[in-house]
Write a protein of this length. Sequence first.
Length: 286
Amino acid sequence: MDENFVGERFEANRAHLRAVAYRMLGSRAEADDAVQEAWLRLARADTAAIENLSGWLTTVVARVCLDMLRGRKARREDELTPETPEPSIGHDAERQAQLADSVGTALLVVLETLQPAERLAFVLHDMFAVPFDQIAPIVDRTPDATRQLASRARRRVQGREPEGDLDLPRQRTIVDAFLLASREGDFEALLAVLDPNVVFRADRVAAQMGGHAELVGAEAVANTFKGRAQAARSAVVDGEMGVAVAFGGQLRIVMLLTITGDRISAMEAIADPERIAQFDVVPLNA
């Protein structure tokens, strides 16, 4: 590529690269350093062999940021505080401006609690729509393992931390009991595994399939699930016990569960195919 053309292309990508780096590092100064390092590496690279310059630059910045995060963790630097300012990302980058509006310093504080590889997978995939097969080489994992990294990070960001007092076998006993009671239409058995204040929510697609967007209370949930769950199976969803519903061999509904003590206290049914694709779902044998 012509040197001037390469410089112009780099400048056209600068706002995007700075936005990626800031989400990764939470520091304007470090983000600028990462972008500058990408420019230096580009200057040393054989640009004629680069087919997708934007993708190449994003990968380089991500690798630089990952190294910086690992170095920071090793030095045990101070944690990010909510006073950290938002970056200035340029007036010519509408998408980056939208991201800046939607990602505040509160999220950056949460991101600081993630492992470097988790943070990179989450930022690149969830914020910048980079496919997992492109992220995988950066973190030295398979695409499936990279998807799990992003899933764990997403749970932390969304506040869906696993309950620490229950292991998977114990959780499965509760989920299996719920599904059995549902299939057999055993109202009392359903009440026995549901928290009295259980909340059930469904996304738009699931609500259209089942008729309820939200239910509150054990009796309402038990009445709705009585006699159902014929196609449902216990499943490990992103490392936690949940429910998978398949029709014709195709996964159609994923249900996320919150288990408190010995009862299910929250249920979220997801049937949107794009959202389902984000989960790592392993159905379990009956």
